[in-house]
Design a protein around this ligand. Structure first.
Ligand code: GDP
Length: 445
């Protein structure tokens, strides 16, 4: 999902890593790159323009932060703006005060409406609701049958026209279904309407008539994310012809670009409420703009880490530490201790490490990290003389024995620490070339 955009943005950010400070020219160049990335992702032009303008304005106005390096600052701004363009807060389904809640689905044929009806019904059922699926697509010969199959798979009831009871009139079926739901104690009614291959007036009128007959609590527009730029015009036509409260994006699993997802909210003013990511019933969930932005930026939870770092570190403290980290060579056991204590204040070490991208595979090792180990390490370092902390290479056998005695640990533990410190120093050298968190082992330049 969104691979192209992720790749482009990641390379934009990595070109900023070596910068100590961003000039206006750097910001302009970065914004140009972001603009190209978005256009290539098929994001609608007005959305791109707006997005880039906001990034530029915020990047220029950004305070020089000691806690974040320029690349991190830009990541943060882009992340914030992505969340915004994807709709900001998660928009949850509104349920009627007097059940049943009526949800009407509209969209083009093939957009994944019927599949979505089944997924939504299952999702609601799992949350303790008793949904009723209503077949109002009476145009396509197989549509009613297909919905019945979906209902069965989802384990929910279906309402379809019975012979002689308004057959062929989807508006009547919709109206009757609400009465039926009330009688049968269904608290949610999901009305599947007819789609066409293209926009046409008759289709719009039928959907509007159904809407007027059942006054839905939510009209959801089902949009195939794979249609790219066409998404904007289709959404516009449905907005005008039927109107809708929220968007459901389908086939996100096949959408490498993300244009529809990033445009639809801006263009229609309506939030994306659900996302469908496959053909199976469980490939479906509520849409969370913040999580989606995180996935687009492909930063693991590094953003959470950036925020925690910002909150935790005193800016000056971070600046001081950052100065020392210019190269791994300047990094001493004193710094090691200081950093460890900073990290300690950010919360359990396991959680922190778990948020770093790429740490997922290290779950096993992470589970063995014990915060008390950190305290033992701190005790060992505190038993060293300033000279030893500056230059651990001088720690010979008798010094080791003294340190062990002073901190109440074995000589082997002292040994292990010194070895680990040298490894950390090496790793630091490697990681300061990448992006990290100021003040953490492996922090920024
Ligand atoms: P409708 O005409 O709008 O009712 O669309 P359907 O529900 O019949 O879906 C059209 C096709 O898209 C079917 O083959 C579905 O299996 C497929 N489909 C629906 N949703 C998704 C999805 O999220 N991902 C993928 N890959 N396929 C989907």
């Amino acid at each position: 999902m969104f691979e192209t955009l992720s790749d482009r943005l990641t390379s934009v950010f990595s070109s900023l890593r070596s910068k100590g400070r961003l000039s206006d020219a750097d910001i302009d160049a970065t914004c140009r790159e972001i603009r190209i990335a978005l256009l290539e992702a098929d994001v609608a032009l007005p959305v791109v323009k707006d997005f880039v303008a906001r990034i530029k304005e915020r990047a220029r106005g950004a305070e020089v932060s000691q806690a974040l390096n320029p690349a991190q600052q830009v990541v943060k701004i882009v992340n914030d703006e992505l969340i915004e363009v994807l709709g900001g807060e998660t928009r949850r389904l509104r349920f009627a005060k007097n059940p049943p809640t009526v949800i009407m689905l509209a969209g083009l044929q093939g957009s994944g409406k019927t599949t979505l009806a089944g997924k939504l019904a299952r999702w609601l059922r799992d949350q303790g609701h008793a949904p009723l699926l209503v077949a109002c697509d009476l145009q396509r010969p197989n549509a009613v049958q297909q919905l019945a199959v979906m209902a069965e798979r989802a384990g929910v009831a279906v309402y379809a026209p019975e012979p002689g009871n308004g057959v062929g009139d989807p508006v009547a079926v919709a109206r009757q279904s609400v009465d039926h739901a009330r009688r049968q104690q269904h608290d949610v009614v999901i009305v599947d309407t007819a789609g066409r291959l293209g926009i046409d007036q008759e289709l719009m009128k039928q959907a509007a008539d159904i809407r007027d007959a059942v006054t839905p609590d939510e009209v959801l527009f089902v949009l195939d994310a794979m249609i790219g730029q066409d998404a904007v015009s289709t959404a516009g036509a449905f907005m005008e012809g039927v109107g809708f409260d929220g968007v459901v994006l389908t086939k996100l699993d096949g959408d490498a670009r993300g244009g529809a997802a990033l445009s639809v909210r801006h263009v229609t003013g309506r939030p994306i409420m659900f996302a469908s990511t496959g053909e199976k019933l469980e490939d479906f969930d509520a849409f969370h703009p913040d999580r989606m932005a995180g996935r687009i930026l492909d930063m693991g939870d590094i953003l959470t880490l950036i925020e925690q770092a910002q909150k935790t570190f005193d800016e000056q403290e971070a600046a001081k530490m950052a100065g020392k980290l210019v190269s791994g060579d300047g990094f001493t056991l004193d710094d090691f201790l200081e950093q460890m204590m900073m990290v300690r204040r950010m919360g359990p070490i396991k959680n922190l490490l778990g948020m770093m991208p790429g740490m997922g595979q290290m779950r096993e090792q992470l589970n063995q990290v014990d915060d008390r180990d950190l305290d033992r390490v701190a005790a060992i370092i505190r038993s060293m003389t300033p000279g030893e902390r500056q230059d651990p290479k001088i720690i010979n056998g008798s010094r080791r024995a003294r340190i062990a005695k002073g901190s109440g640990v074995t000589v082997t533990e002292v040994n292990n620490l010194v070895v680990r410190f040298f490894e950390a120093q090496k790793m630091m050298k490697r990681m300061t070339q990448g992006m990290g968190i100021p003040g953490m082992p492996g922090g920024r330049k």
